[in-house]
Design a protein around this ligand. Structure first.
Ligand code: E4P
Length: 218
């Protein structure tokens, strides 16, 4: 299972990279805005700074909503670094753009997926990743992890090479459930990744070992 970090914050990306478990980064226009990055030149420079930290798989989202605009933006983003994966929304124009990028050998992440049908079309168009947003489904009383299971089953039925990237992952149980289902990738904030380490018995056990060691040295 690949772990991506869902942020545009360079310090967090560096910290996750330093853990030695990071496989990539997902960003979106909201995450870039949160870091105060304004203007396309600065946005491009920020993508390059992210690419400088991580080994591969940096999702950079197109803003255009028409095919020609998506192609122009996506090609410019892909030219920034071979690590860039062009993020395209799952619309009719987006599906056409994914087919275009796929034929050109440019990797894509099809975003804003909320149904199995959307994921199926994106896979047919040759998407490298599809991103179902599980937290946002949970927010509207629909079990997001059920959608992950449905898409994993469909892709496996037909041996699609498209990978299921569980997005909008909000807590550690989402991560564990996605791993049980067999999602290829999960993207989440750093605190969700480090949250996997939390267990009171580990903390208590370590304190006891350290205290007993200290006694043995007295
Ligand atoms: C995925 O690529 C998105 O950036 C992200 O996971 C959305 O998460 P949110 O629903 O917490 O904003």
């Amino acid at each position: 299972m690949k772990f991506f970090i869902d942020t545009a914050n360079l310090a967090e990306i560096q910290e996750a990279h330093n853990l030695g478990i990071l496989d990539g980064v997902t960003t979106n226009p909201s995450l870039m805005a949160k870091e105060g990055i304004k203007g396309q030149e600065n946005i491009n420079a920020h993508y390059q700074a992210i690419c400088h930290i991580v080994d591969d798989n940096v999702s950079a989202e197109v803003i255009a909503t028409d095919f020609e605009g998506m192609v122009k933006e996506g090609e410019a983003l892909a030219a920034l670094s071979p690590k860039i994966v062009v993020k395209v929304p799952v619309t009719q124009e987006g599906i056409k753009a994914i087919r275009y990028f796929s034929d050109k050998g440019i990797r894509t992440n099809c975003t804003l997926i909320f149904s199995a049908g959307q994921a199926l079309l994106a896979a047919k168009a040759g998407a490298t990743y599809v991103s179902p947003f599980i937290g946002r489904l949970d927010d509207v009383s629909q079990d997001g992890t059920e959608l992950i299971a449905q898409i994993v089953a469909i892709f496996s039925n037909y041996q699609f090479s498209t990978q299921v990237l569980a997005a909008s992952v909000r807590h550690t149980m989402h991560l564990i459930q996605c791993a049980e289902i067999g999602a290829h990738v999960a993207t989440c904030p750093l605190k969700v990744i480090t949250g996997l380490l939390n267990h009171p018995l580990t903390n208590n056990g370590l304190q006891k070992f350290l205290a007993d060691y200290a006694k043995s040295q007295a």
